[in-house]
Structure formats: structure tokens, C-alpha cells
Design a protein around this ligand. Structure first.
Ligand SMILES: C[S@@+](CC[C@H](N)C(=O)[O-])C[C@H]1O[C@@H](n2cnc3c(N)ncnc32)[C@H](O)[C@@H]1O
Length: 195
């Protein structure tokens, strides 16, 4: 388990990504073909910025990544990246304006995770709350043929969340990236509006 973590940690450092979580997104992109040149992406829970950096490299100079997090990004905010520092659970006017002005999105990503307390049930319900907010945002701001990727900590309410996803997406997939094998508590759900 530790070796796995070390391997991706070192790889991220070498490849100049601020977090090893980038390999989870890369795996999902390889499997599901998430990104295309010119797309408009929303990245929720973007800090330190490895998903934003990867997505930006995939959408190219005509694309855009809107990154939102409580914390600052640790990557240069280059052209094609719009960053907003704030709380997704408190959608104030400024955040709403960023979403309105930059939408619709081709892909909404959420790698958001609560600060863990160690109390399983609390961590699970906070993760669910973030995932539900990400879904609300996806429902509101995705293109008609858009895709959604969301991380959630496994818990008793996950099947209900999955049911909700099925209402809005034609195809719903679950994915457990190889690079997150050590953190068995997390699963990614993907929703696709078209086949
Ligand atoms: C696992 S990290 C994301 C890593 C990121 N995908 C990357 O590759 O660099 C989870 C992020 O969710 C953010 N987060 C948690 N709760 C949030 C909230 N209510 N609003 C915005 N961001 C939140 C945290 O600040 C943290 O940076």
C-alpha cells in the first residue's frame, strides 16, 4: 500500500504535478476519453491544481478550465485557467457569477473531499454533501451532452446518490482508479449525458 503511494508521489514530483491525484484523472481520461481540444471544464475542489493542470493541457489553448477551491492553487494560473477561491457549499453572488459567465461546461469534475475527522460516518456524510452540491452544479451548468466525474467516500447513502445520478445521466459508471487503490474509502462516479 505504502509503495503504491510512494510510487505515484514520486512520479507526480518528477512530472511536475502538485498532487499524485492527477493519475486518477489520467486513468479515467484514458478509459472514458473525457477531454477534447477546445472544451470548457469546471474543476471543483481544484487545489493544489494537478487536475486543473492536466485538464488545461488536454483542452489546449482554445479551451478553458474554471477551478474552484477553498484553498489557493499551487500551479501558475496561466491563460485558459480561471480560479475562484471560495466555498462551494456557500454559493455566494461572486461564485454564482463565475459559474454563469463561464458556463455551459463540457465536463464538470469534482475531486472535493472534506477535511477528515476520523469519524467515519461524519466524513462520509460530508463527502456526500460535497458530491450532491457538485451534482446540483452539473445539472445546472453542464452542456446537454456533457460529462460529470465525482469522488465520494463510500458510505450507506452512496446507492441513493447513484440512483440520483441515473436520473440525470444516460450512462453512469463507477471507477476505482489503480492509483487510488490504497484509499479504499473513495470511489469515483461518472455520468454521461450521451452514449
Ligand atoms: C483531494 S483535494 C483535490 C486535489 C486536486 N484534484 C488536485 O489534483 O490537485 C480536495 C480539495 O477539495 C477542496 N474542498 C473541500 N471542501 C470544499 C468546499 N466546500 N468548497 C471548495 N473546495 C472544497 C479542498 O480544499 C481540497 O483542496
Amino acid at each position: 500500500m505504502k509503495n503504491y503511494r510512494d510510487y505515484y508521489f514520486k512520479k507526480a514530483k518528477k512530472e511536475n504535478y502538485p498532487a499524485r491525484s492527477v493519475y486518477k484523472l489520467m486513468e479515467m481520461d484514458k478509459k472514458f476519453g473525457l477531454f477534447k481540444k477546445g472544451q470548457n471544464i469546471l474543476d471543483l475542489g481544484a487545489s493544489p491544481g494537478s487536475w486543473t493542470k492536466y485538464a488545461r493541457s488536454k483542452v489546449g489553448t482554445n479551451g478553458k478550465v474554471v477551478a474552484i477551491d477553498l484553498n489557493e492553487l499551487k500551479i501558475p494560473i496561466q491563460q485558459g485557467i480561471v480560479f475562484y477561491q471560495g466555498d462551494i457549499l456557500n454559493r455566494d453572488e461572486e461564485l454564482e457569477k463565475i459559474l454563469m459567465d463561464n458556463s455551459p461546461f463540457d465536463v464538470v469534475l469534482s475531486d472535493m473531499a472534506p477535511k477528515t475527522t476520523g469519524v467515519k460516518i461524519t466524513d462520509q456524510s460530508r463527502s456526500l454533501e460535497l458530491a450532491e452540491m457538485a451534482l446540483d452544479i452539473a445539472i445546472e451548468f453542464l452542456k446537454h451532452n456533457g460529462s460529470f466525474v465525482v469522488k465520494i467516500f463510500n458510505g450507506p447513502d452512496v446507492p441513493d446518490f447513484q440512483k440520483k445520478l441515473r436520473k440525470f445521466f444516460k450512462i453512469v459508471k463507477t471507477y476505482k482508479p489503480k492509483s487510488s487503490r490504497s484509499e479504499s474509502k473513495e470511489t469515483f462516479f461518472l455520468g454521461f449525458k450521451k452514449q
